[in-house]
Write a protein that binds this ligand. Structure first.
Ligand code: ZN
Length: 405
């Protein structure tokens, strides 16, 4: 990445600073831009005019989200005209997000503001059929780009989320036992060969964290744990504003910490992992004895919403277990926010309150005091939007290259 930036001339570097600032702070005024980039007001104005002529930056009346009232130097002028705020033109670039669930593939085409212009999904047996899944994803992406009628040169790339740890050195999945059939595959290279467009792969919980950070509950928060309670349990970490994956991409595998030494054998080969007691499927299975029939996750959530006592007990106990596991991460990382996503998050406060209580009980007091626990704002779109955000973050660089020297 450093080499890439070094290959830009000084004028392009300045454009990149302006575009990256507007990507992170849409609605900034020219004064905000000067302050945030360290460039002079005159330079900012020249750059903004150039980028406006190139159709990449647009100016509109009134201060947007990006300006901070306390710092606004640009008070209404003598003419009474309000300050003009600046944003990237949403349709100047697009990114595709792909979310490989255990039983579905979802695709979204997002513009520069993160707004999905297409959002579709298809059922798929992802876990056991990698090649078929990659072929289906290829068809879905091509179909979505056709539907959105996006010109090839406006597409920055494709981001892809998958439910396994990803070794970023080799591009291979560390999926033994976690995602049978996919171990040793290099899914980004496979997709790139099919699509002929840059593809970036990331773990599903990590893209969920990115989605909530870019467009959802964790907007503006620098230290976040996103925990996803779906078929599996995983966490995505954002530390100091940056995603953290660890040496082999395994960071955040909180679903496989020991909760019950006498518990059942987990799919990872260990015993009594958090996932064996708190995944939505494990929680739903607890009701089979009391109801005398097999209970799906959808039924579990209906029972919770209807006030069923047994279902609420099962979800609350799962919340307690999740909170106990999270308390170790809260001690280790001292985050500001825990965002809870995945299917089980739809149980709302029945799940969240026991998580909060367990963190308060088991984490060290100052770390427990400084963390909030909230449900995700994006629901089941967090992963696909986060996968797109992975690519959108590179769009300022792509736009600088398109505008030219
Ligand atoms: Zn496990």
């Amino acid at each position: 990445m450093k080499d890439d930036v070094a290959s830009l001339g000084p004028r392009q570097m300045n454009r990149l600073r302006v575009l990256e600032t507007l990507y992170r702070h849409p609605g900034s005024t020219r004064a905000d831009l000067a302050r945030r980039t360290g460039l002079s007001r005159a330079t900012v104005s020249t750059l903004v005019d150039e980028l406006g002529r190139a159709g990449v930056v647009a100016e509109h009346e009134g201060a947007g989200d990006g300006s901070e009232p306390g710092l606004a130097e640009e008070a209404p002028r003598a003419s009474g005209r309000p300050p003009m705020s600046l944003s990237l033109v949403p349709g100047a670039a697009f990114a595709v997000g792909l979310d490989f669930g255990h039983q579905h593939i979802r695709v979204a085409v997002c513009d520069l503001s993160g707004e999905p212009v297409v959002d579709e999904w298809s059922p798929a047996e992802v876990d056991h059929a990698p090649v078929e899944s990659l072929d289906l994803a290829h068809e879905l992406v091509r179909g979505a780009l056709r539907t959105a009628s996006i010109e090839r040169d406006r597409l920055v790339g494709v981001g892809m989320g998958l439910a396994a740890p990803i070794n970023h050195l080799t591009g291979e999945l560390e999926a033994n036992g976690i995602l049978p059939g996919w171990h040793g595959l290099r899914p980004a290279a496979e997709m790139q060969a099919r699509l002929g467009t840059p593809v970036q792969l990331e773990n599903d919980a990590n893209v969920g964290a990115l989605g909530e950070k870019a467009f959802g509950a964790a907007r503006g928060v620098e230290d976040v744990i996103y925990i996803r309670l779906s078929a599996g349990i995983g966490a995505g970490l954002i530390l100091g504003g940056r995603p953290y994956q660890g040496v082999l991409g395994v960071a955040g595998e909180v679903g496989h910490v020991l909760l019950d030494p006498a518990g059942p054998i987990c799919r990872c080969g260990n015993r009594g992992c958090l996932e064996t007691v708190a995944s939505p499927v494990a929680v739903a299975a607890l009701l089979e004895r009391s109801t005398g029939q097999s209970v799906s996750v959808a039924t579990l959530l209906e029972l919770v919403a209807g006030g069923d006592r047994g279902a609420r007990t099962a979800v609350a106990d799962a919340g307690e277990a999740v909170g106990r596991a999270l308390s170790m991460l809260v001690n280790a990382l001292n985050p500001e926010l825990v965002v809870v996503g995945g299917d089980l998050a739809r149980a709302g406060e029945v799940l969240l309150e026991p998580i909060r209580l367990a963190i308060a009980r088991h984490a060290v007091a100052p770390a427990a005091r400084s963390v909030s626990v909230t449900a995700g704002a994006l629901g089941d779109r967090a992963e696909v939007l986060g996968a797109a955000a992975l690519i959108l973050a590179r769009s300022p660089r792509a736009l600088v290259e398109r505008v030219g020297s």
